[in-house]
Design a protein around this ligand. Structure first.
Ligand SMILES: [Zn+2]
Length: 478
């Protein structure tokens, strides 16, 4: 496996394909201007034509043949008895064959995808499924389970997974549905520009069919099946309930989402802070096992004791460094905004293909770590009992001499590519007057540009959803 191939993150494919196709439909989309009549005395009429979405040089991001390869559903043989099914859905499925039956690790987000995978597995073996193991309680790892369930199949997970899934899938159910749609760019889809593309995300198979664990444990659990030992360790990281599976006879480590070929998503913007310190400690444990095979829940497996050690060590060092730098910033009295601007991945690691910020981002990680370790008040007085945003915004609009002045400036800035400033100015107008359509249309155009140029899959989704929500509020389809 070359470094270049390792750099391919399955979940970035959606973004890359979208950008490739975006270039094609730019020429065919015709956009009509939005006219804003004066909303207050002294304002003038504004006419605005949204710019087309930007073109991106796909070649600069990745090799098309590699892209195609990673999106092709396949079952790979990792060793004599270990198989990895990838490309069917966002999450991969691993199968271990023993003389006394099968162990399945993770089951994807979709029963349909799981069925396709199981059919492929059944061409290899007709052994019964004895165990399903969940590395953690994210949907792309647990939803396909009904397909693999047979008479007496045990489902193993940490006890924390039950608490985690009870909270996310029951207590916070509606929020999670909404925030996941937001992250994947699928909020208000009728107000999103259509992407003629195939997504790897197969759609979640519903919370009602979830198969809950039959065996849970706190720290460690092991069993022997057909001469192979399965050692399960509770190793927090991407989630607090995470585990890894170690088969000493094979020197094979199944690590779920504790490693994938991208800078890790140490903090996902809409969810609770993640156990970053625990993530680095889990990587210490992974390195100490000296695996020959590292099989993650996304992106290709890594092979060879030296290669695995190298990748995991770099990963661990980057995570620990970002964590420790953020702690230092907090102790030095830096604000979160200052910390975001000063924390960096060590220079010798920053350029590594498996630490590119394709899925996780360093600045988001700093925000998550900062927030997880401190309270919500920054000590500057203003934030203790702030006015409602509309109050402040109406004052700013009046000081500017009218919303039209702010929006005219936003249009100018948009032409110069200063999109963050554009959306911040538009927000002033929106907060002062939520019914102002043009501000939302201008903001949507900048958000769309940011989606395509951010180079990060989560950013693509969040900006795309935000753009759709603004268009929906304005009642304007793209
Ligand atoms: Zn996952």
């Amino acid at each position: 496996m070359t470094w270049k191939a390792l750099a391919i993150v399955q979940f970035i494919l959606t973004l890359l394909l979208a950008t490739a196709l975006a270039a094609q439909y730019v020429s065919v989309s015709s956009v009509s201007p939005v006219v804003r009549e004066p909303a207050a005395p002294g304002e003038s009429t504004l006419a605005y034509t949204p710019p087309p979405p930007p073109k991106i040089a796909l070649e600069s991001l990745m090799d098309l043949s590699e892209l195609k390869k990673a999106m092709t559903p396949k079952v790979e043989r990792i060793s004599e008895d270990i198989f990895l099914a990838s490309g069917f859905a966002l999450g991969s499925v691993q199968m271990v064959i023993t003389d006394e039956g099968l162990v399945i690790i993770d089951t994807t987000e979709s029963e349909e995808a799981a069925r396709e995978i199981f059919e492929k597995f059944r061409e290899i073996t007709d052994q019964p499924v004895r165990y399903v193991i969940y590395t953690h309680g994210h949907l792309d790892h647990v939803c396909g389970t009904p397909v693999f369930m047979e008479e007496g199949t045990e489902v193993v997970a940490t006890r924390d997974l039950v608490r985690f899934m009870e909270r996310d899938f029951k207590e916070l159910h509606d929020f999670h549905v909404r925030s996941r749609k937001n992250q994947s760019g699928s909020l208000a889809p009728e107000y999103s520009r259509k992407l003629p593309m195939k997504s790897m995300f197969r759609g979640v198979s519903g919370f009602d069919n979830l198969v809950w664990p039959t065996i849970t444990f706190d720290r460690e659990y092991s069993f022997v099946l057909g001469g192979k030992t399965f050692e399960l360790f509770h190793t927090s990281g991407e989630t607090p309930d995470h585990l890894m599976v170690w088969i000493p006879e094979e020197r094979a480590l199944f690590c779920g989402d504790l490693y994938y070929a991208s800078f890790p998503n140490l903090s996902t913007p809409m969810l609770e802070p993640r156990p970053v310190k625990g993530w680095a400690e889990s990587l210490d444990r992974m390195i100490a096992l000296e695996p020959v095979h590292l099989i993650p829940g996304h992106t290709p497996a890594v092979a060879g004791v030296n290669e695995v050690r190298r990748v995991l060590t770099h990963y661990r060092t980057a995570i620990r460094s970002v964590y420790e730098q953020t702690v230092e910033c907090i102790n030095q009295g830096e604000t979160v905004e200052q910390a975001v601007r000063s924390v960096r991945v060590p220079e010798d690691l920053a350029g590594l293909p498996y630490l590119r910020e394709l899925y996780g981002r360093v600045d988001w990680s700093v925000r998550g770590i900062y927030r997880g370790l401190t309270g919500w008040y920054d000590g500057r007085g203003t934030g203790l009992a702030p006015l409602p945003p509309g109050h402040h915004a109406r004052e700013m609009v009046a000081l500017a001499g009218g919303a039209d002045k702010i929006l005219a400036r936003a249009i100018e800035l948009q032409k110069n590519g200063e999109h963050q400033l554009v959306i911040e100015l538009c927000d002033v107008v929106i907060e002062a007057n939520p019914g102002d359509e043009l501000s939302r249309v201008i903001k949507a155009a900048s958000l769309e540009n940011m989606a395509f140029t951010g180079g990060n899959l989560n950013m693509f989704g969040f900006y795309r959803s935000a753009a759709a929500l603004e268009r929906q509020a304005a009642g304007v389809k793209p």
